[in-house]
Design a protein around this ligand. Structure first.
Ligand SMILES: [Zn+2]
Length: 372
């Protein structure tokens, strides 16, 4: 998201263009020219593609403004050569809301195609297929066609495309959210494999790329949902590690390595006189080992940027925070006292236990066991 240029603000939402988008502009223009078209024909082609992207922006605003209707903010909308992305603050778990937010994007393209259809019907005439193949001319008809393709493509029932979300929302109205996600993700991955196969058979790299995009997207979506559901309503206290070793600011890398090798602990809170000073993660330790000598003080390499959390905070909020700030571990406090550490691994373990407890009865028993 970093290499994007902000080109404006519409309805309070930043509109950005990723740098690779410029490659598309040159690419399209160059492709037209090299295919033996005149400069004006090439400019026509470029204008058409840019108009398609205006429709893509309107599509994303369809998502963003519907999300706003449900009090979900949009961080920004970014254009990539393969399409647009509206980054919503969160995706509502209420199926009805997810359904309408997802449907709103393609619905915008349906409306655009409909308007173009009426315009062409009353003001002009539809070109034949041969005329449509010509490099220039029939702008409205071509734009209409692109909008229809956009609807068809986005409504494929595959995560992370809109159709995948619509499918999940419809399933979630009938079964539980987790199962709905798993089924939708499995269908998405099935479709990705199909795309991949078609891509190989037809030597189509774009199709292969889409296949990969969908496959990874489906997997991520399913995983994130599983984690979110597993940690729902669970306080940090339940997932943190309470038996742990600490280091001092004055400890050396060699002390830290000794502790790392002695047990299964990977992240070490750095504590001086009962006060938390920072956190040393395995990653930074290994990095320090390759760069510095063993006598380097822990205070020089420890992380101080990651927040501390209170044991009563909810895991779902903390987990989101960990991901956003890219912190693999957080010190957990009870008031001013360090009482535990929370790592992504703990969250993963909790998730595994929760998914093993298939019935809610068993889950309830586990909760009783943990809280008693
Ligand atoms: Zn969309």
């Amino acid at each position: 998201m970093t290499r994007s240029l902000r080109i404006g603000k519409i309805a309070g939402i930043d509109l950005k263009v990723h740098w690779t988008f410029s490659l598309l502009i040159f690419g399209v223009f160059g492709y037209y020219l090299l295919s033996g078209n005149t400069v004006s024909e090439s400019l026509f082609g470029l204008g058409l593609i840019l108009s398609v992207f205006v429709c893509v922006v309107l599509h994303e605003f369809g998502h963003a403004l519907t999300a706003r209707h449900y009090a979900v903010a949009t961080r920004d909308i970014t254009l990539y050569p393969i399409g647009g992305v509206a980054r919503l603050q969160q995706i509502p778990e209420e199926p009805r809301k997810e359904f309408w937010i997802s449907v709103a994007g393609p619905a915008v393209n349906v409306v655009i195609a409909g308007i173009l259809f009426l315009g062409i019907t009353f003001l002009g005439s539809f070109p034949t297929i041969v005329e449509m193949m010509e490099p220039a001319g029939h702008f409205a008809a071509k734009l209409m066609w692109f909008n229809i393709v956009l609807v068809g493509f986005n409504m494929l029932p595959a995560f992370p495309m809109d159709g995948g979300r619509v499918l999940r929302a419809i399933l979630a109205m009938r079964t539980d959210y987790m199962k709905a996600t798993q089924v939708a993700a499995a269908i998405g991955q099935g479709m990705a494999i199909l795309f991949g196969f078609l891509g190989i058979v037809t030597f189509n790299p774009i199709l292969l790329f889409i296949a990969l995009f969908v496959y990874v997207g489906a997997q991520q979506e399913a995983r994130m949902t599983m984690i979110r559901i597993a940690v729902e309503g669970v306080p940090v206290r339940q997932a943190m590690v309470t038996r742990f070793e600490t280091l001092r600011s004055s400890s050396t890398v060699s002390d830290a390595v000794e502790k790392l090798l002695a047990g299964s602990q990977q992240e070490f809170p750095v504590v001086d006189e009962g006060q938390l000073a920072g956190l040393l993660t395995r990653k930074t330790l290994v990095q320090a080992l390759s760069e510095n000598d063993l006598d380097t003080r822990v205070s020089k390499i420890m992380q101080q940027s990651c927040a501390v959390v209170q044991e009563t905070e909810m895991l779902e909020d903390v987990f989101r925070q960990m991901q956003e700030e890219k912190c693999s571990a957080l010190p957990v406090m009870s008031g001013d006292t360090l009482v535990g550490i929370l790592t992504l691994e703990n969250v993963g373990e909790l998730m595994m236990i929760n998914s093993a407890m298939t019935t809610s009865k068993a889950r309830g028993e586990l909760e009783d066991l943990i809280t008693s």
